[in-house]
Design a protein around this ligand. Structure first.
Ligand SMILES: [Mn+2]
Length: 317
């Protein structure tokens, strides 16, 4: 697969790399690292990265500002994005060929070529694979190593979640040999602004746990306004009560005025099917959906409750 991917890349002079909306460390890390690798390995190609920026993640990578004409005859690579509706910057449609690189289940393939690896901890890990398997032609830089490291740290919760494999550890081991400051990276990643810290306090006071072990919190818009926190910032604190004894899965309902964002996480029981029933999706243990009423939130919670109840008997490990 890596060879196929490299053959496609070799055939284009302009490569424009996209990723998902509301970027996270893995989206920016994989996108930025791939750009770094391609720039140093193919100095004659035009390589760009595009998409909306997140204020709190500017330390990871800044985007390029390019004109529409750059898309003529270009190769589009889309990192870390499971479905088309989540692609940031809709101009990807203007490209000549779409290559998807992703570690989410390939439920809705949209690329002309799809490289998906659900066993990878992160898309950033796949970018390392690309470099590693394409070694004869590809080079890495300190900056690319920093970006891949950031992406892996983001999606594995600092090598804590069960998507962390032996391979992930060996890649991290290799990356540590490159020249970048892991300490500075951690300082940037784990800094939390005061407003979000106060909101943490509110959530810890008000979340509920159901009989089956579903933790949940409904965050209404007036609360977000009171604490001066943007809805998408809440994702940064999604795990704050996950370690409470008895919790098997947990859900945040985040009021975004015209809709409600649902984020579901789970320790062992796969919960992506519940998200799919509401038009959402994601990973087995980390999924999301969008709903429109608080009644729907109640139905969803009930469904999650039943789901966790039924699956609690299965031996996941
Ligand atoms: Mn990812």
């Amino acid at each position: 697969m890596v060879q196929e991917v490299l053959d496609i890349i070799r055939g284009y002079n302009t490569v424009i790399i996209h990723r998902h909306i509301h970027p996270d460390l893995d989206a920016l890390g994989s996108q930025g690292a791939l750009a770094e690798i391609l720039k140093i390995s193919f100095p004659n190609k035009n390589i760009y990265i595009v998409g909306e920026e997140d204020k709190s993640l500017k330390f990871v990578k800044r985007m390029d500002d390019i004109s529409d004409s750059e898309y003529n005859g270009s190769l589009i690579i889309i990192c870390d994005t499971d479905c088309e509706s989540r692609i940031s910057d809709k101009r990807y449609k203007k490209g000549d060929f779409i290559l998807k690189i992703d570690h989410h289940p390939n439920v809705v393939p949209y690329g002309d070529l799809n490289w998906t690896d659900v066993s990878a901890s992160s898309t950033s890990e796949m970018i390392y694979d690309l470099f590693n398997n394409g070694k004869n032609g590809l080079l890495l830089t300190n900056e690319a190593a920093r970006l891949i490291y950031a992406g892996i740290i983001g999606d594995t919760g600092r090598l804590l979640f069960n998507n962390t494999t032996n391979k992930t550890f060996s890649i991290v081991n290799e990356l540590q040999k490159w020249d970048f400051s892991i300490e500075d990276l951690y300082t940037d990643i784990y800094k939390c602004n005061l407003n979000l810290t106060r909101l943490k306090g509110y959530i810890l006071q008000h979340f509920h746990i159901s009989k089956s072990g579903v933790g949940y919190i409904k965050i209404r818009n007036n609360i977000l306004e009171k604490y001066k926190v943007m809805p998408n910032e809440v994702t940064h604190i999604i795990n704050i009560f996950s370690d409470v004894d008895g919790i098997k899965a947990w859900t945040f309902f985040i009021d975004e005025k015209d809709h409600i964002k649902v984020r579901i996480r789970s320790k062992k029981i796969p919960i992506d099917q519940v998200a799919q029933q509401y038009g959402g999706g994601g990973h087995f243990l980390s999924a999301g959906a969008t709903i429109h009423t608080w009644d729907e939130a109640e139905t969803m919670l009930q469904q999650l409750e039943n789901h966790v109840n039924v699956h609690a008997l299965v031996d996941y490990h």
